[in-house]
Design a protein around this ligand. Sequence first.
Ligand SMILES: [Zn+2]
Length: 293
Amino acid sequence: MRLFYLFQVAVLGLLLAVAGCGPEAETGALFARSGLAHEGGGGMTTDTTDPRKDKMTDREIMAVEAPESGAPDQPDKEVDLNYLMGKFDPARHPDFVPVGKPYTHKPGMMLRRETFAAFKKMWAAAKKDGVTLTIISSTRSFEQQKNIWEGKWSRFAAEHPQADARARKILEYSAMPGASRHHWGTDIDLNDLNNPSFEPGGRHVNVYAWLKVHAYEFGFCQPYTAKGDQRPHGYNEEKWHWSYLPLAMPLLRQYSEAVRDEMLRGFSGAETAKPLHMVDHYALGINQDCKPR
Ligand SMILES: [Zn+2]
């Protein structure tokens, strides 16, 4: 009898081991925590015949790694609007960690723990290839984004007196407060806020070339690529802005389901959020490769 019990335990253990290993299982666990596992990509394209999707699935699987320090296995939480909209202090948030040298030279940088762990691996791999990645902006609060936004709102007033036109101008490169991916601790700006620096002849051309090939291996994606048929709306191209997808994908899904344009308030020009379709055209107006599927 006891032997049979041991046999049952062994079989059960074997089954659990098979079910619990491999990147797919990690993906499942990750998305289950974020409330995405049972949605089957509802609302997003489910075209599995698209070869790009197959490629992306592999990349996504490669991108998903277990958090370095073991994030707590929490049950699904209610969507935290304050977090999604940057209305919290990352320095007091248990999921955020400080980013110091050599990864940044700026004080006060914070990231989600998993983002920073993945970035450190990417940084080391890039370094081996002779490429130096430097974080120049990371998590920004609603208040910090409001300072950026309202500074531009004042500066562009003379040139663009009409509110929608002025907001559109700012939105070329800056998000409204409450609508920045930088609120989430998943997104970073690297090396320089200037596209030509990353292009031939620019001093960071090797940085962008390296990131284009390798960032996916560490879970990072460039959300603001060149505009065109694949990306008709949203911010202009930003070759410096990279996003840690294992966290940012489920957060974007939550954001697009929970936040309405009218909820973006508390700053100059907030009334333009609805006519400019902030959630649909800007939050969701990103590189298809970085979007939840
Ligand atoms: Zn950025």
